[in-house]
Write a new protein. Structure first.
Length: 433
């Protein structure tokens, strides 16, 4: 049962003592959250816009409908009476979300954080008020205004739809000839593509996601625990591979492929990453895992950190923690623990609560090579020969270049883990029918 918003006892699903969480959005990240919640006997309800979404396949109960429709949301909440609401996507009716919170329903991390982070202008202004960012301007998707903004920021630059996710509606603009394609890309945003943010291109050394976890300590005070940063590569704004390890000098402040290592700079980068993530997540408030995207750059012998974006929930690049963290302590497990007030282990390092990985690991996406209403995965045994693990999301339909799973590898070094994960992902991808 819940007491003061936290678990005081654990029940069993479908009994009077059960705790109920409702996922608003039921993709691959929501699936992992549902599985972790069920390990504690929590009843899970998965809601999505299409049937048989990944989390719906493992949840106790599922619903399908338009989450922008307040009446639909209210009907499922009224019927199921969840204790906790966990938004997983941007396409949600915000008025309904604020209404649920005002009525006493817990929204994770809170309705305002969801409102802020789902909109690039709002989250950028919050981040920029706390940490350094690239230069940026906002524009309508009018070609003249768009071109003026790009020329003001300078080429190359990025355009990103104000409301979207997973790279949809984003474009890397190398020159003015790319502007029509960038405007067209914005029209395919998952939320709204009527306005865009034009961002300065930062020639950073590497990019990371810090999975900051806001949770209660033993004294009932909200604290932040920091897993080691996850390095990652994104292609056109969408996650492609990620890595994490206990020794940050393998991948900070330079990527794993670099032959350079500097323990002092790596430690400085790690500390500044935690500092930036704490400032951003404190501004959002609430409990749970936050995926803070940050740029890392060495300038004049010092490390600079730039804030980019922040998701108030587990992050796709954080799927590497499915193999680098102990069972139950993946980003999904940490999210469940945090929102339920369950303990999160940590060690104090340089004044920060940190969570150490069990070893160097990497993830690499498995993409669909073509549209297919009946996706089938081949070469699975071959992909797993060197101990690489696969997580197939179970998406009912494949669309070209859509994520269908990830390959995960644990090795003696980040470089080797990356090599194994990439090899396995490409073997499966080529075997998809």
């Amino acid at each position: 049962m819940l007491k003061d918003g936290l678990l005081s006892a654990l029940g069993s699903p479908f009994t009077e003592g059960s705790i109920k969480i409702m996922l608003l959005g039921s993709g691959e990240l929501g699936k992992e959250v549902a599985i972790e919640a069920q390990r504690f006997g929590i009843r899970t309800i998965a809601v999505d816009r299409y049937a048989n979404a990944p989390a719906q396949q493992v949840a106790h109960v599922s619903y399908t409908g338009d989450m922008k429709d307040a009446s639909f949301l209210r009907s499922v909440v009224k019927k199921e009476k969840p204790d906790i609401l966990i938004p997983e996507i941007e396409a949600i009716n915000l008025d309904a979300l604020f209404g649920f919170e005002e009525e006493g329903l817990r929204v994770i991390p809170n309705a305002k954080a969801t409102y802020t982070a789902m909109h690039r202008e709002r989250i950028r202004e919050l981040i920029a008020s706390r940490v350094k960012t690239s230069r940026y301007v906002y524009v309508l998707t009018d070609e003249g205004e768009f071109r003026d903004a790009c020329e003001k920021i300078g080429y190359p630059c990025f355009s990103k739809a104000i409301m979207s996710s997973s790279g949809h509606g984003s474009y890397f603009i190398k020159g003015k000839e790319d502007i029509p394609a960038a405007i067209e890309s914005a029209k395919h945003a998952r939320g709204s593509g009527e306005r865009c943010i034009i961002e300065e291109y930062i020639d950073f050394d590497t990019e990371v996601t810090e999975l900051a976890v806001r949770h209660y300590d033993r004294d009932g005070k909200i604290v932040t625990t920091f897993p080691k940063p996850c390095g990652h590569v994104q292609i056109e704004g969408d996650y492609h591979s990620s890595w994490q390890g206990p020794r940050c000098a393998e991948y900070l402040p330079w990527p794993p492929e670099s032959e350079e290592e500097d323990e002092r700079l790596a430690r400085e980068a790690e500390r500044k990453i935690y500092e930036a993530a704490e400032k951003i997540t404190t501004g959002l408030g609430g409990l749970g895992v936050f995926g803070c995207e940050l740029f890392v750059k060495v300038k004049d012998g010092k490390v600079e950190i730039y804030g980019n974006e922040c998701s108030p929930r587990p992050h796709d690049t954080g799927m590497v923690t499915l193999i680098t963290h102990m069972p139950g302590l993946s980003e999904a497990g940490l999210h469940v623990r945090a929102i339920c007030g369950l303990p999160i282990p940590s060690d104090m390092v340089d004044g920060f609560r940190t969570l150490r990985p069990i070893g160097p690991g990497a993830s690499h996406v498995i993409l669909a090579p073509r549209d297919n209403p009946n996706p089938v995965f081949g070469n699975v045994s071959e992909a797993m020969l060197d101990g690489t693990a696969l997580r197939l999301f179970g998406k009912p339909t494949a669309y070209t270049e859509r994520r269908m799973g990830v390959a995960l590898s644990l090795a003696d070094s980040i470089k080797e883990a990356k090599r194994r994960a990439e090899r396995a992902a490409h073997i499966v991808e080529r075997g998809m029918k």
